[in-house]
Design a binder for this molecule. Structure first.
Ligand code: SF4
Ligand code: SF4
Length: 283
């Protein structure tokens, strides 16, 4: 079972939920897929070791064979190639590694070379929580290949928690789309509701079932709850707007560690998800 923890916007408590949920379960894997801002380990404090360098294939043009036909520059929709009168300029940081320019080159003067864009790391010691994270190098824009590389380390025989990037752009969709279930973390405020609807729409387009964790429950109004009731979307957990939880968060401590009564509540999320997904499959 792969469970993505997602949200329509940043700052809703998504990482807090992912970390506490993972700590509550036994023999689980946690993947920090928010590769532009991988914050899970700020709470976990694990020693990590590199396991894989992530690269993107970028074109390298052989000027001796290039006939300056400009096909490659016209083809590239990412402006990673520019045709000057006497040469083709390439901008590797803009390249999405689609390989199209190589295919349209009539002179076979384009080779592809790997360019590092990020890193995969994992916990160096063995414990019941196996943690992986992807890191996109500073200045790079291609988050999705790092997420895909991270996902190749998933052990399908164990429960998996995926901390998704926020929002509904390609990196978030890459995480939600590979999950069996999405937990959408939101707050019941006008902005929270708006972004929650965007995230829910994404899960529906991807045909991934979803439930809700209401963070800072008690602030705002009942619009998320009313909507979920009307649409039959389960509220999996409510995390109240409590001083103790806020303090632990600000100190980088997963609140489940100091408030063990929450362990069972997080475990119940998995039970509810298992029940919901079994029912939908008619098991
Ligand atoms: S590989 Fe694709 S994105 Fe990169 S330069 Fe070639 S056409 Fe452009
Ligand atoms: S498509 Fe090939 S031959 Fe034409 S400009 Fe590009 S590299 Fe040169």
């Amino acid at each position: 079972m792969k469970i993505a923890i997602a949200s329509g916007k940043g700052g809703t408590g998504k990482t807090t939920v992912a970390v506490n949920f993972a700590l509550a379960l036994e023999d689980v894997q946690l993947f920090d897929c928010d590769v532009e801002e991988p914050n899970c380990n700020l709470f976990l404090g694990f020693d990590l070791e590199p396991v894989e360098e992530v690269t993107c294939l970028v074109p390298e043009i052989n000027p001796d064979w290039c006939t300056l036909c400009k096909n490659c520059a016209s083809f590239c929709k990412y402006n990673a190639l520019a045709a000057l009168p006497n040469k083709i300029l390439s901008f590797p940081s803009l390249c999405h590694g689609c390989g199209g320019c190589r295919h349209v080159c009539p002179a076979e003067s384009i080779e592809e070379k790997p360019r590092p864009i990020g890193m995969i790391e994992k916990t160096s010691s063995k414990n019941s929580l196996t943690f992986f994270r992807g890191i996109l190098d500073i200045g790079e824009v291609m988050a999705t290949p790092v997420i895909r590389a991270l996902q190749r380390h998933i052990d399908e025989s164990r429960p998996v928690i995926l901390d998704s990037p926020p929002g509904t752009a390609c990196p978030a969709l890459a995480v939600m789309g590979c999950a069996d279930y999405c937990v959408l973390v939101t707050e019941s405020t006008p902005f929270g509701f708006h972004d929650f609807l965007l995230a829910l729409e994404a899960t529906r387009a991807l045909k991934v079932p979803a439930g809700v964790v209401l963070n800072r429950d008690g602030i705002g109004d009942s619009r998320v709850e009313d909507f979920c009731r009307a649409e039959g979307i389960p509220i999996l957990l409510r995390i109240p707007d409590e001083r103790m939880i806020a303090r632990l968060y600000s100190e980088g401590i997963p609140f489940i560690k100091e408030m063990p009564e929450w362990k069972e509540k997080f475990k119940n999320i998995l039970k509810t998800i298992n029940t919901v997904t079994c029912k939908s499959k008619g098991v």
